[in-house]
Design a protein around this ligand. Structure first.
Ligand SMILES: NC(=O)c1ccc[n+]([C@@H]2O[C@H](COP(=O)([O-])OP(=O)(O)OC[C@H]3O[C@@H](n4cnc5c(N)ncnc54)[C@H](OP(=O)(O)O)[C@@H]3O)[C@@H](O)[C@H]2O)c1
Length: 281
């Protein structure tokens, strides 16, 4: 229990929602701020920035995924530190800063992490693998519903992680000062290719789902055709390149380090999620 109110940026998202639920269950006050929350906050409207950090000393941040948005997040951090913020837990991405990450989205991700470290704030950085919830709530949901995972991931594998595991790590980081100055990389317990993901989803949902491998530019064109902003579609293409190039086929033990237990498995997550009706036709 703490008397502090924790600011949650991205509190309605795939991770932020679970961070908020867990903090509230422990009696911690939270201040949600996003475009649709009572306390309006928009990365693209700087007039909304200062009011959300006023009176706040601890924040959880899920930054935008595209490079221009990340640069805005860097500016926000500097402004928030000047406005009294003292502690920040950042949702970053696994592999940011590793050799061979030649894409702008990783370069900007590293710049954002460095801005956090240089901000004078007490920080914790959490770098998760790709989320399982992308298949139930985000990029890949429509593909799952259509029975075809149309993705440019080649035959590379990824150790998908449950955002509930990420949220538990975030809550530990937000509440326990022993995590200050630490960077944690998190993954699920095993790597799965898109073909293996399709097979797990087929078993859990009870409908056939197959992987249709797209070329990267074909994938961008499809996403833009469905209404995704080009910058976001290109960021997704570049993030997927790391899977396609087999550079993400390793496990990270951040969940064990912080929580002292193993992360949840994809098959268990898929069965549990199917039972909630997430993929009901
Ligand atoms: N997906 C993955 O596999 C993966 C893996 C590693 C790291 N990441 C990182 O995770 C972060 C995304 O976190 P998430 O997936 O938990 O979030 P998310 O599900 O994408 O949710 C986005 C949240 O941000 C808010 N938001 C969207 N646009 C906004 C804007 N212009 N201004 C203010 N708030 C805005 C949304 O609420 P409103 O709609 O109300 O504004 C929502 O609460 C990204 O930085 C990404 O790089 C993702």
């Amino acid at each position: 229990m703490t008397n502090t109110t924790i600011l949650i940026l991205g509190g309605k998202g795939k991770t932020g929602r679970h961070v908020t639920e867990r903090l509230q269950a422990r009696g911690v006050q939270t201040r949600l701020a996003s475009r649709s929350s009572a306390r309006r906050f928009d990365w693209y409207d700087e007039d909304t920035w200062e009011p959300v950090t006023t009176g706040i000393d601890t924040a959880y941040m899920a930054p935008p995924v595209d490079p221009p948005g990340m640069m805005r997040a860097e500016r926000f951090i500097r402004q928030a530190a000047a406005n009294g913020l003292r502690r920040l837990v950042l949702l970053s991405g696994r592999g940011v800063g590793s050799p061979g990450r030649e894409f702008e989205v990783y370069e900007k991700g590293l710049e954002l992490e460095n801005a956090v470290k240089d901000s004078g704030l007490d920080w914790t950085i959490v770098r998760p693998a790709w989320f399982m919830q992308n298949f139930s709530e985000d990029f890949f949901y429509d593909s799952v519903m259509a029975g075809e995972l149309r993705v440019s991931a080649g035959d590379g594998a990824e150790p998908w992680i449950d955002t509930e595991d990420i949220a538990e790590v975030m809550v530990a980081a937000l509440l326990d000062p022993k995590h200050i100055g630490e960077t944690y990389s998190l993954s699920g317990p095993r790597t799965l290719t898109m073909t293996e993901v399709a097979s797990e989803l087929t078993a859990a949902i009870g409908r056939p789902i197959r992987y249709v491998e797209l070329e990267p530019e074909e994938h961008v064109a499809e996403l833009v055709g469905y209404g995704a902003p080009r910058e976001v579609a290109e960021s997704l293409r570049d993030l997927l390149a790391v899977i396609r190039n087999h550079r993400s086929e390793y496990l990270s033990d951040g969940v064990r380090q912080v929580l002292g237990r193993e992360p949840r498995d994809f098959a268990d997550w898929a069965r549990r999620t199917a039972r909630t009706g997430a993929w009901s036709a």
